[in-house]
Design a protein around this ligand. Sequence first.
Ligand code: ADP
Ligand code: GLC
Length: 488
Amino acid sequence: MQTGPLRILFATSECAPLVKTGGLGDVSAALPAALAALGVDARILLPGYRKVLAQLPGCREIARFAASAALPGSRLLETRMASGVPLYLLDCPELYDRPGGPYQDEAGDGWADNALRFGQLSRVAALLGSVRNPLDWQPQVIHCNEWQTGLTPAYLHYAAGARAATLQTIHNLAFQGIFEAGLVAALGLPPSSFGPDGAEYYGKLSFLKAGLQFADAITTVSPGYALEIQREPLGFGLQGLLTARKDCLYGILNGIDTGLWNPATDTLIAFTYSADTLAAKAGNKRALQQRLGLAPAPDLPLFGVVSRLTAQKGLDWLLEIAPQLLALPGQLALLGGGDPELERGFLALTRDRDKHMSTTIGFDEGLAHLIEAGADAFLMPSRFEPCGMNQMYSQRYGTPPIVRATGGLADTVVDCTAATLADGSASGFVFQEASAAALLATVERAACAWRDQASWRALQRNGMARDFGWEASARRYAAIYARLAKNR
Ligand code: ADP
Ligand code: GLC
């Protein structure tokens, strides 16, 4: 019989604001906090990257782990998130004490030892879920996220004695953590783990496949994506396995941190506002135009983008149609980084049209908030999107999103039509076809709708009234944890 609150270890490679490259960072901070609000004893395990330890002086050492196979010895440090959620940091200088990002060096190349870096994270999470846990706190369920913790269920599967249950969450199936087969021994996994029913994927070692194979349950970040990944092309080769495991595969929509992303209290924007004071939003548009050197034109629709620049996000279509968007006339403010070709493309186009188009390459939390508040509409034309956070932030900021009907975008945005305006559900603009032409047609539709200020206000208010908070989804996770813990 279980007594006391459910004990969950949330193992992750990102956690905002300490380290974030995308939505995983947001989710890893907000979901454990939402679980804590429901009475779950959720604790986070994160690598002690140099940048993270520098932000958290005064962590306390609570355990040491010996080296194993090619994985060096490490220490576990303890502190707390600002939310109060306990945070365990895995300190292993050989693997994490270096400049650059969590996955890549400063030049943007993946770290050559990523298999060891995240094998170590996976292994320590598994140790904490096994009888070898040295702490006075023992998780009942380990919640693994992405391939970076995909080996945890595999390590636990082969561990002796009682063990915690495991839940593997897929945030993006395009990233699977595939490495050379020779690493199986270096990571201290038994040779028997490397088979078609284990961590082997076409002769290579797949961290994510191991997680999907051995976890007690699987979740992904929207109901729509949970269906899409059971087929080609979005199954990315794992559709067979996911279909075979569909009885324990759940699509649970991400929530947003409604404290952090609240236009009424946001300290990163120029003017706070709410659905009742939407006129104040115009001040943010002015501030954004001024900050980016755009012409201070209130009468042109300003389209915003905050995104990783990758093929996933469909921004090559935006690059293609940007001249027509500007010729509407309209303005475009883009913040992002990633694919060098896309970076160069947007920068080159901006050079000729700098009064109406701005490209900021880099990661800038403050500018991201100001774009959400200052743009008239937000562009997210993704080819695929497991969940997506920005379309939810946009709706909360009265900045209707323009999205393609895929994954979490289709689940969270209601296309603006006469019918959805009439029934009060319209909250953005949705297009089906994966093409630049379909994006352009939808941008034109949005610009036209923007000219009708009365219905635009209604669209903004509908989005702002929607509840994208974490509570309902955190309850669904808690129910799965409870079931897994009971079956252990
Ligand atoms: P993904 O995780 O696929 O990149 P999401 O929409 O789930 O996409 O989450 C992206 C998160 O990262 C959002 O919080 C977004 O605001 C943030 N983000 C992305 N690029 C930047 C950037 N260049 N500067 C600041 N924030 C960014
Ligand atoms: C991934 C997905 C994104 C999702 C995020 C958080 O990065 O690309 O759609 O919102 O994870 O789950």
